[in-house]
Design a protein around this ligand. Sequence first.
Ligand SMILES: Nc1nc2c(c(=O)[nH]1)N[C@H]1C(S)=C(S)[C@@H](COP(=O)(O)OP(=O)(O)OC[C@H]3O[C@@H](n4cnc5c(N)ncnc54)[C@H](O)[C@@H]3O)O[C@H]1N2
Ligand code: MOO
Length: 401
Amino acid sequence: MLDFQEAQRRLSEAGPAPSRHEQRPLAELAGRILAQDLVARQDAPPADNSAMDGYALRLQDYAPGRILPVQERCYAGHQPAPLQPGQATRLFTGSLIPEGADTVMMQEYCRETDAGVEFLEAPVAGSHIRRQGEDSAIGSVLIEAGTVLNAAHIGLLASQGYTDAAVFPRVRIGILTTGDELVPPGQPRQPSQIYNSNGAMLAALAAGMNAEISHVLHAIDREDALTDAFRTLLRDSDLVLSVGGVSVGERDLVKPTLEKLGGSLDLWKVKMKPGKPVALANVDGKPVIGLPGNPVSAFAVFTVLVTPLLRRMQGNATLFPVTGLYPLRADQPYNDSREEFLRVQYRPDESGPALHPYAHQGSGMLRALPWASGLAQIPPASGTGDGAYVRYYDFAHWLRP
Ligand SMILES: Nc1nc2c(c(=O)[nH]1)N[C@H]1C(S)=C(S)[C@@H](COP(=O)(O)OP(=O)(O)OC[C@H]3O[C@@H](n4cnc5c(N)ncnc54)[C@H](O)[C@@H]3O)O[C@H]1N2
Ligand code: MOO
């Protein structure tokens, strides 16, 4: 049996990091991974400007009750004239600070008449001025390569005049489900059959990682059907996920099929529950991962074992998102000989945030998955029960690029 930690590490290294990149416009960058460090092309803000609607003055010109003539009204987007001594400039948020001015007074503390502006309070030196370069200095690194881009990054890039950026290509994933017992949703079902849930589920999981889905294929338990399907998937994908048919059953044909296709296949019994049978093959330099057929097992293995590899192949700098330690609220001890991944909800109770396990933890029980916010990792043979601190894999962190 292979330790979970070791399986996670080995799988995370089972595929290549990207060797190419492509230029994509701002509108297509969300969820993509940046391929090169991007630097500030200009100071931000590019010039000193006002943070408030008000008046610019020289602090030394202020005296209680003194009225300063308003030499001009300068709107955002316009160039102000240098401020003459003893005068003020009417400004608005975003207006440039006129040369010679050193302070802005908010209009709420000013009274303007035909004669000029009177300040009702003493101005504070330098107040309400957004300084050139205070947000980003020209040349400083804005975003590092390997970052997953989101709306905030896109806003930052647009503010610097970028129209596009170099990102790594999306990884193409091919999915194969296997088994005579499966029919597609919507088709007539014999009493001996069940609907294929893993195909649609894995496609959605891969899409959630911002991967491209090349195909979702199904093969019955026959070597020729499996061979055809794997050939198509390997041709059109960077990574292949097959599901089912990798344990010890007589019709578990995935292993011999991949070997005939020239792959070297490792069949692992990973010390984790759910998810004991996991297979890893490499065919012509492309990783093929065989996931366990039970839908909950396939979901859990995808989350904790497949996503780090996917992140590596996408060029993400972070392969293993954060996990945290939280108390488990359990009415029974968990004591399996394998590392156990419980379907849990992370929510606060009287004593703070805690992990609440779903009542039924069977690996065929799909109802637990939409209910759960993540997985709690219970160490093997630990007898872990109520109040013990355990590691938490949050789907919100783990099931995204
Ligand atoms: N004698 C043993 N039997 C089993 C062992 C073992 O060690 N010794 N391990 C068990 C564990 S743990 C798991 S997990 C499963 C894994 O089996 P496979 O990965 O070979 O998957 P299958 O046998 O093909 O299917 C398992 C289960 O999942 C259902 N399934 C499969 N594909 C789908 C799909 N696309 N949509 C919905 N449901 C699917 C399938 O009908 C089976 O019920 O093996 C245990 N047995
Ligand atoms: O390890 Mo299996 O994946 O429990 O159902």
